[in-house]
Ligand binder design. Structure first.
Ligand code: GLY
Ligand code: MN
Ligand code: MN
Length: 368
């Protein structure tokens, strides 16, 4: 992990002596902790990674995680593990950092509680925000990361192919969400990468809807948005279906979203400003009868987190780089009626992109 630490330090000022990543309590865990300390298991609540300019990492963790920590440290000479308990971690850090004038923190993820503890333990220290540097380095994936993302997308895609077979009259949104998550687990996922979204009928018009006991009835549209975690890396896939009698408007919406997604894909290659991907998809939707019905950015980076820190919308100028992995997820939302979203995961290659998710996306009317 030395190289990762060095890359982040290259984006920080010369005066920064150390970079400190501190976890709070689940779900307030900074996934950057696992970028610097690649460990398959363990929760690492209250644990701290202290990275130094030379690439060395001191890891402070409790007895709860000791076994995982020692195992992982064995394969990475840059990591030294220290035992602390949660209550005294700040005192140990104060000793370790004694005399350090400038220390970088990940402002985007650090809790205020942790900041207050650090500030009290080290009153003279100047704190620098490392979040932009970390986000930039994390946004370009190494081949080993891409392999895990590919596997996470493969698991999601396999389950995506099975969803039409799960659509039976009377099942609830909760049933379907549970079945999707169960099958991902069976296929080797360590869990879901976010709370699965299953929305029947009008519920599909809300992009971040939470499933409930609503039953599937003939004439419902269906939006399923779900993802797997595989060795800490996430996939994020959405497929939309129709149960029972065809509906001309939703069918037209689905076809429009497919064309929007194709227009977005056609823009992806290194050097292209990210906004062009969003704008290409939005232009297709705005030229259709569904003008204005795309209500979110067309995509975001994925990695250790499903929302890995970077989004692209109409004003994002960042040029695409080989190795970036993100979603392409245009949608059309018709309040009171339903919605259509199609979401796939791609990696930017030298000359274009490669699809990581592969489940068929076409409009499918499942017989009710
Ligand atoms: N699963 C939430 C999203 O697609 O961003
Ligand atoms: Mn999604
Ligand atoms: Mn997404």
């Amino acid at each position: 992990m030395k190289e990762r630490v060095r890359r982040v330090f290259a984006g920080l000022g010369d005066s920064v002596e150390a970079l400190l990543i501190a976890n709070s309590v689940d779900p307030h865990l900074d996934q950057s902790f696992f970028y610097f300390f690649d460990v398959p298991g363990g929760l690492f609540e209250g644990s701290v990674a202290l990275a130094h300019r030379d690439g060395q990492i001191d890891l402070f963790t409790s007895a709860l995680e000791r076994q995982s920590a020692d195992e992982a440290a064995k394969s990475d000479a840059a990591v030294r593990v220290h035992a602390v308990d949660r209550e005294s971690a700040d005192a140990v850090l104060a000793k370790e950092l004694h005399g350090a004038k400038t220390v970088a923190l990940n402002f985007a993820e650090l809790t205020h509680g942790w900041f207050t503890r650090l500030h009290t333990a080290l009153p003279g220290t100047q704190w620098v925000d490392a979040s932009a540097a970390i986000r930039k380095v994390r946004s370009v994936k190494e081949p080993a990361e891409i392999e895990r993302l590919r596997k996470a997308a493969e698991i999601g895609s396999k389950v995506g192919r099975e969803i039409p077979g799960m659509l039976k009259r009377g099942i609830t949104e909760n049933d379907l969400a549970a079945e999707i998550e169960y099958r991902m687990h069976r296929l080797g996922a360590s869990g879901r990468s976010f709370a699965t979204i299953v929305g029947f009928g009008a519920h599909g018009a809300e992009p971040h809807y939470a499933p409930d006991a609503t039953r599937l009835e003939p004439g419902s549209s269906i939006v399923c948005d779900y993802g797997a975690y595989y060795r800490r890396y996430a996939s994020d896939i959405t497929r939309s279906f129709r149960f029972g009698p065809a509906d001309a408007e939703l069918k037209a919406a689905h076809e429009t979203v497919e064309r929007a997604q194709d227009a977005a894909f056609a823009k992806i290659r290194p050097g292209v400003p990210a906004r062009e991907i969003h704008n290409a998809a939005a232009a297709v939707i705005d030229a259709s009868p569904f003008k204005g019905r795309l209500i979110h950015n067309v995509g975001h980076s994925i990695g250790l987190a499903v929302h890995d820190g970077w989004y692209y919308g109409p004003k994002v100028d960042d040029p695409l780089e080989e190795g970036m992995v993100f979603t392409v997820e245009p949608g059309i939302y018709l309040p009171g009626r339903g919605g259509v979203r199609i979401e796939d995961d791609v990696v930017v290659t030298k000359s274009g992109y490669e699809m990581l998710s592969t489940a068929p996306r076409g409009y499918l009317e499942v017989a009710s």
